[in-house]
Design a protein around this ligand. Structure first.
Ligand code: CUA
Length: 325
């Protein structure tokens, strides 16, 4: 019965943002460790509570008489020492296994900003470098070495279905190695409180077959279609272009002017806007543009005067952004 309840609850834990719905070898080991701890802890809790109820409700004259000293040594010293030592050895082994670097990993740099993600793919495998924002793709079956940084405060990089998390610390580069073993869309979430919009600091990581991934990369390394579309004039007139790059950026932003805001190159291909704040639809783009996210993502940094209330301008901007493929 208890196992049935737990199975039902665990089924509810499957999905695109779940550490116990693993989609890669690292996540697999972490999830197995989690289940071992869970069932081990549950069994010990049941044992201890059984003894507590036995002591409380069994009439004294009918209780077992256990020899006190051996019981204390056995249950109070030997048992926890054996259990904790076994867990230490197992847990340390898992920890060591998941930090090992594979032979020819892919390298990706991710930098946290309040409240969005800069993602830089350095030149490798004959493919050119490029920088994007709030989107991440990785090839199935190949380890990715993420170099993790922050441009402002402490954030934390976490794609629960792929593995553990790592803090993004200003002035420091941390490394985490993850791999996806099946194609899919997995939601990532900043998991260190980093200010007003910490909760809306996410993105969708897309794992895909190598050929699709390479094609995506090649596409990202050339300008979006529609960069010079008619809406470009509105984009410049409203000042959007002052912070948001739209052409290909091939270097990490490194705190330069472009680092103020996410690049919008190929925006129309991203599943969400505002770093996971809303799905990308005409309506959500429009709602964002009306006050530069002041309603959808209050506190997000942006221009002083956020309001665009001219319908023609909004139409032009939405059409322009939706054309950036
Ligand atoms: Cu970034 Cu929380």
């Amino acid at each position: 019965m208890a196992a049935g309840v737990v199975a039902a609850l665990a089924a509810a834990c499957a999905g695109p943002q779940s550490a116990i719905d693993p989609a890669g070898p690292v996540a697999e080991s972490v999830a197995t460790l989690w289940w071992v701890l869970f069932w081990g802890g549950a069994a010990i809790l049941a044992l201890v509570m059984g003894l507590v109820f036995y002591a409380m409700f069994r009439p004294p004259e009918r209780r077992m008489r256990l020899p006190q000293v051996p019981f204390l040594i056995g249950a109070g010293l030997v048992f926890p020492t054996v259990v904790l030592t076994a867990l230490l050895v197992y847990g340390t082994g898992v920890g060591r296994a998941i930090i090992a670097e594979a032979e020819a990993p892919l390298r990706v740099q991710v930098t946290g900003h309040q409240w969005w993600w800069e993602v830089h793919y350095p030149a490798q495998d004959g493919l050119p470098a490029f920088t994007t924002a709030n989107e991440l793709r990785l090839p199935v079956g190949r380890q990715v070495v993420f170099e993790i940084r922050s441009a402002d405060v402490v954030h934390s990089f976490w794609i629960p279905n792929l593995g553990g998390k790592v803090d993004m610390i200003p002035g420091r580069t941390n490394v985490i190695r993850l791999e996806a073993s099946r194609p899919g869309r997995f939601r990532a979430q900043c998991s260190e409180f980093c200010g007003a919009q910490h909760a809306r600091m996410g993105f969708i990581a897309i794992a895909e077959e190598d050929a699709d991934f390479t094609a995506w990369w090649r596409g990202r390394a050339v300008d979006s279609a529609g960069v010079d579309a008619p809406g470009r004039a509105a984009f410049e007139r409203e000042g959007c272009a002052g912070c948001h790059a739209v052409g290909v950026t091939d270097r990490p932003l490194d705190g330069g002017p472009a680092a103020r805001a996410p690049t919008l190159s190929h925006l129309a291909d991203r599943p969400t806007i505002g770093a996971g704040a809303a799905p990308l639809f005409s309506a959500s783009l429009r709602a964002w543009l009306m006050d530069h996210g002041a309603t959808m993502k209050p506190g997000s940094l942006g221009p002083e005067d956020r309001v665009i209330d001219d319908e023609a301008t909004l139409d032009a901007l939405v059409a322009y952004l939706e054309g950036l493929r």
